[in-house]
Design a protein around this ligand. Structure first.
Ligand SMILES: [Zn+2]
Length: 311
């Protein structure tokens, strides 16, 4: 985990690159100027991500742009690997350069605060790696770049409190506020788990429920946070409740304990390999649960499918 992009030494070395990027990003200026930026440069990470869309409308062919706007990054990777690489490389370069520009022109994290955050990130990385490797799961380190909170203000949605983002088409780096309202340790374990998912999405409720429940389990196991802090911070309560119901179902059917049951579910999420869960609940029942999770905003159906699987 390097996260060193925002430090001053690299800023100086990469200034030349930055000037090139400012030109490349300039097509976004006409649209961005209406949301309050004076010189066409995005002021926040959400604005930066939006600016890419406009820039790509200028540099991709109409067919490529159609794919870019209508498919997910994962789908584009499947359909047109070359196009994915092109978008990924551009987004990565523009983002890195904007981070350097923002450090010089907008705001920086005080050096001591940055060092503390990076020490936390590398400790969390090591513990998550240990957890994965002890279970024979492959693990990749996620790079974390810490930025000042004000760079996360979303000018299009002022009430949104963004703690960190993955920029679409640039999944290699997690951009985190250095002063999150949520406990940083929990956020980082959570994002490390997401980053190591190799299988297809299980739908938002299962994705977030499994990830947050497992993140809290790892945090508790290593006593990374006081119990009170963990209890007072409630993320995805509905999704976690659903996951606990599934975990209890695994426990009562197989006789394994709670933590082993949660690992079984986490492994299915990470690898995309559902045969273990299908053996526990039956192929049809488990397939219905995943389908209900993927069809968003249908909680009743999802709860019913889980209940049926447990019968
Ligand atoms: Zn998440």
């Amino acid at each position: 985990m390097s996260g060193r992009r925002a430090t001053s030494s690299t800023v100086h070395r990469r200034m030349l690159v930055l000037i090139v990027a400012a030109v490349l990003l300039s097509p976004a200026s006409t649209r961005l100027s209406s949301s309050g930026e004076q010189d066409g440069q995005a002021r926040t990470v959400p604005d930066l991500a939006r600016a890419f869309e406009h820039t790509f409308s200028q540099i991709l062919t109409p067919e490529e742009y159609e794919l870019f706007t209508s498919r997910t990054p994962e789908e584009i990777k499947e359909i047109d690997g070359e196009l994915y690489r092109k978008i990924n490389q551009n987004v990565g370069r523009w983002t890195d350069d904007w981070i350097l520009w923002a450090a010089r022109n907008l705001d920086t994290v005080p050096e001591a605060r940055l060092e503390r955050a990076m020490a936390t990130a590398s400790r969390i990385d090591r513990l998550t790696r240990d957890y994965f490797e002890a279970r024979g799961w492959s693990y990749r380190s996620l790079e974390v770049v810490f930025l000042p909170q004000r760079l996360f203000h979303d000018t299009h949605n002022r009430r949104a409190k963004i703690q960190g983002v993955f920029i679409p088409f640039y999944p290699e780096v997690f951009f985190s506020t250095v002063d999150p309202a949520a406990p940083l340790e929990l956020i980082l374990v959570h994002e490390n788990i997401h980053y190591n998912k190799r299988g297809p999405s299980l739908g938002l409720p299962l994705n977030e429920g499994i990830t947050e429940t497992s993140a809290r389990h790892i945090v508790r196991l290593h006593e990374l946070l006081p119990g009170k802090v963990l209890r007072n911070f409630q993320a995805y309560p509905r999704e976690r409740e659903l996951v606990e119901t599934i975990v209890q179902g695994i426990t009562s059917r197989t006789g394994v304990d709670h933590d082993a049951a949660l690992d079984l579910l986490l492994e299915a999420y990470l690898t995309g390999e559902q045969s273990g869960m299908e053996r526990v609940f039956g192929t049809d029942s488990w397939t219905h649960v995943i389908e209900a999770s993927r069809s968003e905003k249908k909680w009743h159906r999802l709860r019913r499918c889980v209940e049926e699987a447990l019968e």
